[in-house]
Design a protein around this ligand. Structure first.
Ligand SMILES: *Cc1c(COP(=O)(O)O)cnc(C)c1O
Length: 405
C-alpha cells in the first residue's frame, strides 16, 4: 500500500491511464456542458442545500451505522459495523446519485431524463426521482429483462415513466445501453442521460462518485463517534463501483485503512461464468483494458475483443466493465479486489438474515461473504465497516429457491 494514493480524475477525465471520453463527436459538446454545469452546481451553496434537503426528507439520510453485535459474536473476529444504505427510499444507495443528477438536469433546463436498466433497480430509482422533480422519464430495458423483472416494470410505469423494450441482440442491458445512447444523441437539447454508476465517459465517473461520497462522509463521522477511531477494514461490493467508491473515497488518504472491493465470482472462473474484472489473482479469466460505454477500463472480453457475456446471481454486479477509478486504485494497490461465488453470497444473505434480522440485497451479500472469510483471521479489537448497499426484497424469489436446496 502506497502512502500517497493518486486521486483523480485529471482535467481530461483520466484516472491514471483509465477513464477519458471515447464518444462520437456529437456527444462531446453535451458532455462538456454537463461537466461545466456540475462544476458550477458543486460550488453553489443553494444547489448543495437543495440536494441535502432531498436526501434527508425524501430519501431518508443520514442512514444509520449499526454495530452488528450478533454477527460479530458469531464470526468471532473483529467488531463489525454495517452502513445501512438498505434503509433508503427505493431500497439502495442508487437514489443518492439519481437525486443529484435529477437536480442537475433541472439546473441545465432539461425537462426529460433517460436511463437504461438491467434488473430495473436503476430504472426505478430514476423514475422515482423524475416523478419527485416533475421530469418526464424514459427507461430503456431489454425485453428479456422485462420478462424477468415484471414487478420493476410496473413500478416504473406506476411512477409515470415510459418503459421502452429493446428487442435487439441478447435483449438485455448491453442492448438497452445502445438504445439509450441513440436516444440521447437525438434529443440532447432537452434530455439528460442519467447514468447509474461510476461508468461512462468523463464527467460521469466523477459526478456519480461525488454524489455517492455522502456514504463515506457520514460513515467516517459515525465510526469516529462510536469507536473513537478509524476502521481497520472497509468492505463493499463492486458492480460498476458506485457504492464502493462512495464509501472508500473519504478514507483513501488514511494509510491505516485497508479497503476491499468484492466482485461477482459467479459460478466459475472461465469467461462467461463470472463478472470479476479486477480479481484476476484469484484465477478469473477474460478481463483486459478496453473501451466500453465511452470509458477506458477493465472489460471482460474474448481474445478477439468481443464483449463477453457475464454471470452473477445478483443483477447489480452482472456487468462486463468496472469504473475506471477502480481500475486505477487496483493498479496502485490501494484497494484490494476479490470475488465470491453465487452460493457464498446466498449463504451470507441467510446468515445476515438470521443473526441480524436484515435480508440484504444479493449484491451486498457478496461483501458479507467476503467478511465471513476474513473475520476469523482478524483480531477482536479490530474494526470492520461494511457497506450494506441495498435490501433483499427484490431478490426474494432467488433466495426462496435456494431455501429448497
Ligand atoms: C446496483 C446495485 C449495486 C451495484 O452498483 P455499484 O455501482 O457497484 O454500487 C450494488 N448493490 C445494490 C443493492 C444495487 O442495487
Amino acid at each position: 500500500m502506497s502512502a500517497t494514493t493518486q486521486l483523480g480524475p485529471d482535467t481530461g477525465g483520466r484516472f491514471g491511464p483509465y477513464g477519458g471520453r471515447y464518444v462520437p463527436e456529437t456527444l462531446m459538446a453535451p458532455l462538456e456542458e454537463l461537466e461545466h454545469a456540475f462544476a458550477e452546481a458543486s460550488a453553489d451553496p443553494a444547489f448543495q442545500h437543495e440536494l441535502a434537503a432531498l436526501l434527508r426528507d425524501f430519501a431518508g439520510r443520514p442512514t444509520p451505522l449499526q454495530y452488528a453485535a450478533r454477527l460479530t459474536e458469531r464470526l468471532g473476529g473483529p467488531r463489525i459495523y454495517l452502513k445501512r444504505e438498505d434503509l433508503l427510499h427505493t431500497g439502495a444507495h442508487k437514489i443518492n446519485n439519481c437525486l443529484g443528477q435529477g437536480l442537475l438536469a433541472v439546473r441545465m433546463g432539461k425537462r426529460r431524463v433517460i436511463a437504461e436498466t438491467g434488473a430495473g433497480q436503476h430504472g426505478v430509482a430514476t423514475a422515482t426521482v423524475a416523478a419527485r422533480l416533475g421530469l418526464s422519464c424514459t427507461i430503456y430495458m431489454g425485453t428479456q429483462d422485462m420478462e424477468r423483472q415484471r414487478l420493476n416494470v410496473f413500478r416504473m410505469q406506476l411512477l409515470g415513466a415510459e418503459v421502452v423494450g429493446v428487442d435487439a441482440g441478447s435483449r438485455t442491458l448491453k442492448d438497452a445501453i445502445n438504445e439509450a445512447m441513440r436516444d440521447w444523441v437525438t434529443h440532447v437539447e432537452t434530455t439528460h442521460y442519467l447514468l447509474g454508476s461510476v461508468l461512462g465517459a468523463h464527467p460521469y465517473p466523477l459526478i456519480v462518485r461525488e454524489f455517492q461520497r455522502v456514504i463515506g462522509r457520514e460513515a467516517r463521522q459515525q465510526i469516529l463517534a462510536m469507536e473513537g477511531r478509524l476502521p481497520d477494514v472497509l468492505l463493499a461490493c463492486v458492480g460498476g463501483g458506485s457504492n464502493a467508491i462512495g464509501l472508500f473515497y473519504e478514507f483513501l488518504n488514511d494509510v491505516t485503512v485497508q479497503m476491499v472491493g468484492v466482485e461477482a465470482g459467479g459460478c466459475g472462473t472461465a469467461l462467461g461464468e463470472h463478472a470479476a474484472r479486477l480479481a484476476a489473482s484469484q484465477g478469473f479469466t477474460g478481463a483486459r483494458p478496453g473501451v466500453l460505454q465511452g470509458t477506458y477500463t477493465y472489460v471482460l472480453q474474448n481474445p478477439h475483443g468481443q464483449i463477453a457475456t457475464t454471470h452473477s446471481v445478483s443483477a447489480g454486479l452482472d456487468y462486463p466493465a468496472v469504473g475506471p477509478e477502480h481500475a486505477w486504485l487496483a493498479e496502485q494497490g490501494r484497494v484490494e479486489y476479490t470475488a465470491v461465488r453465487d452460493e457464498e453470497a446466498i449463504e451470507a444473505a441467510r446468515l445476515l438474515a438470521r443473526t441480524e434480522g436484515i435480508i440484504p440485497a444479493l449484491e451486498a451479500a457478496h461483501a458479507v461473504a467476503e467478511l465471513i472469510q476474513r473475520a476469523p483471521k482478524m483480531r477482536r479489537e479490530q474494526v470492520v465497516l461494511l457497506n450494506l448497499s441495498g435490501r433483499g426484497d427484490k431478490d426474494m424469489e432467488i433466495l426462496a429457491h435456494s431455501l429448497g436446496r
